[in-house]
Design a protein around this ligand. Structure first.
Ligand code: GAL
Length: 632
């Protein structure tokens, strides 16, 4: 191994040379210990920032804060469905400007891990796949299927070509040192039967044939074919070993917190535990670890996956949703990174040795003949203890690692947080406070009514109840199912004098039921079970009655075998019956009128032109389907 000093100089040269007409090209390979950049092994600390989850104005600051926190690499997925919303029509503007994001990372002197996927999971709508993919005849996602493979290859090659054109691969003097193909396929492969193995072999060959000059990884893929590196995802990855002793131990997703679901708790992962997991990984031979997420950000617009994943993708990450450092997490991890970097020369020069320390304890020593020595002392039990190592006594709190860059002195213990704490306070005003307030006019708010039922020219009639995603192609979250039905008053289900009930069964995710244009009831599923089966008491008139059911999706499924086939919407049955049971009218196979989307969406709400918004005389308070806008 060459001396560390050279690596440092190379780092500076890389930064300076990123856009200098590829004057400096880094050769990235790997061996059993680490990624090797121009002949030199590297310890790399990485963090995920997904470019469309923040604004381009935020990127330089987020990246600088990542650098100040001790990161070497920024990881991002590439999100196919925002780049190709219509087949062969690409969009790389604004928050979707992938090239600009990669260049911004390079300008800060950091490296990039580009996880192309193009299946990404990521709590992203439909796992990142564009909806049009679903409508290609004969297509089967994520298996050995020609139509799917053709599209996956086309998009992957498109992204690789874009990066090459801009000279963004390290092999061209750019910042990208690594790429990922697929995502956690190993978790679901068995469900795809005999199609799985050929698919993953094809994906590996396809990716390597794109000739990026940098290694490819597959995460959670125990059978990743050579030369693809299989990597670990999880809260802890210290016990992970790659599938060949020629590959380094890499951690692509160290979950810094977790996903927020509507109605769920806001997840929290203590800084001490995250630091422990990181130190354990490097202790046990890891050399590349990535925080998923380092900055989670926001699921803007309709990009969130689901169902019921919240708009906030804060993730309890070291940099919060608003771009502020989260303390003490950010500061503590920065201290951990510094301590690990003090060990870097020893870590990279040799393999770990594990002298015995006692039950629930683990010592790891990286020692060379040339006098380098770094050690990690771990207490994986929950009680504090004192250990003797190399004749010296060390106090080890439960669930902690001490890092000794010279095998003698403790640079840091993961359970001892020296970084400052910070508790931000938020000032907010909720809509309910405003609409429930006694004042009749609120100058800050205006509104527009959304008609109940069919109001657009492009409505259509079909017999029976339609599955929602196949009907809307996800062009909107909303689908109206409308019906008019004659009631004589002599229907058997009304005769026993008990309450009439509208029974609606839906694959999800939420619905509002209107009878004779009045809201009769609402019901939502949840992330564990989006399905709905509800009995809504209704008042029916003699003569014509209208039934308008508004079905909503709240983020399309992004995970699981065959998740792309998960349906939504009111697939029935829909019935009128008596609360006492007995006879009923099944409306399911009648002629339903459908409307995709809301009138307000066609008008471009909530942005829309200001002349459309009503401010006087008062805000409607109990009127369902109202668009509200705050002016401040
Ligand atoms: C992983 C997946 C990521 C993300 C994460 C949870 O399994 O690879 O994309 O979904 O879970 O946040």
């Amino acid at each position: 191994m060459a001396a560390r000093g050279k690596g440092f100089l190379l780092g500076i040269a890389l930064v300076a040379g990123v856009f200098a007409a590829s004057s400096l090209c880094a050769n990235v390979t790997y061996d059993h210990r680490a990624l090797v950049v121009d002949g030199e092994r590297r310890v790399l600390v990485s963090g995920s920032i997904h470019y469309p989850r923040s604004t381009p104005e935020m990127w330089p600051d987020l990246i600088q804060k990542s650098k100040d926190g001790g990161l070497d690499v920024i990881e991002t997925y590439v999100f196919w469905n925002i780049h190709e919303p219509v087949r062969n029509q690409y969009d790389f503007e604004g928050r979707k400007d992938l090239v600009k994001f990669v260049k911004t990372v390079a300008e800060a002197g950091l490296l990039v891990h580009l996880r192309i996927g193009p299946y990404v999971c990521a709590e992203w709508n439909y796992g990142g796949f564009p909806l049009w993919l679903h409508f290609i005849p004969g297509i089967q996602f994520r298996t050995n299927n020609e139509p799917f493979k053709t599209e996956m290859q086309r998009f992957t090659a498109k992204i690789v070509d874009m990066m090459k054109q801009e000279k963004l691969y390290a092999s061209q003097g750019g910042p990208i040192i690594l790429s990922q193909i697929e995502n956690e396929y190993g978790n679901v492969a068995s469900a795809y039967g005999s199609g799985a193995k050929p698919y993953i072999n094809w994906a590996a060959t396809m990716a390597t044939s794109l000739d990026t000059g940098v290694p490819w990884v597959m995460c959670q893929q125990g059978d990743a074919p050579d030369p693809i590196i299989n990597t670990c995802n999880g809260f802890y990855c210290d016990q992970f070993t790659p599938n060949s002793n020629t590959k380094p131990k890499m951690w692509t997703e160290n979950w810094s917190g977790w996903v927020i679901y509507f109605g769920g708790a806001v997840p929290y992962r203590p800084a001490e535990d995250l630091a422990f997991a990181v130190a354990r990984f490097f202790q046990r031979g890891g050399t590349f670890q990535n925080y998923y997420m380092y900055h989670g950000g926001t699921n803007f617009g309709r990009t969130t996956g689901g169902p019921f994943i919240a708009t906030s993708y804060d993730y309890d990450a070291p940099i919060d949703e608003y771009g502020l450092v989260r303390q003490p997490k950010w500061g503590h991890l920065r201290d951990v990174h510094k301590a690990i970097k003090l060990c870097e020369d020893a870590l990279l020069a040799t393999d770990p040795a594990y002298p015995s320390l006692g039950p629930n304890l683990e010592a790891t020593v990286y020692k060379t003949d040339t006098g380098l020595c770094a050690a990690f002392l771990a207490n994986v039990g929950t009680s504090d203890t004192t250990v003797t190592f190399n004749g010296k006594s060390y106090q080890l709190p439960g669930w902690s690692v001490s890092i000794l860059p010279d095998c003698k002195n403790v640079a840091l213990n993961t359970a001892k947080v020296n970084s400052m704490s910070m508790i931000p306070t938020f000032v907010y005003e909720s809509l309910s406070e405003v609409v429930d307030s006694s004042s009749t006019v609120n100058a800050d708010w205006s509104w527009i009514n959304e008609p109940v039922g069919i109001s657009k020219d492009d409505s259509f009639v079909k017999p029976g109840l339609l599955e929602q995603i196949n009907t809307t192609a996800d062009s909107s979250d909303y689908l109206w199912y409308s019906l008019s039905t004659d009631i004589t008053g002599e229907e058997p289900f009304l005769e026993d004098g008990s309450q009439a009930v509208l029974r609606v069964e839906s694959l999800g995710h939420a619905l509002h039921a209107f009878v004779n244009k009045k809201l009769a009831g609402s019901k939502a599923g949840n992330s564990d079970n989006p399905k709905i089966a509800v009995d809504i008491p209704v008042t029916l008139l003699t003569g014509k009655n209208t039934i308008d059911l508004l079905s909503l999706t709240v983020g399309l499924q992004n995970y699981g075998a065959f998740y792309d086939k998960t349906g939504a919407g009111i697939t029935g049955p829909v019935k009128l019956k008596s609360s006492a049971g007995g006879s009923m009218i099944d409306l399911s196979s009648q002629q339903w009128t459908y409307q995709i989307g809301l009138q307000g969406e066609d008008k471009g709400l909530p942005s829309g032109s200001s002349s459309m918004w009503i401010t006087k005389p008062s805000l409607p308070k109990t009127q369902p389907l109202t668009w509200y806008k705050k002016h401040k």
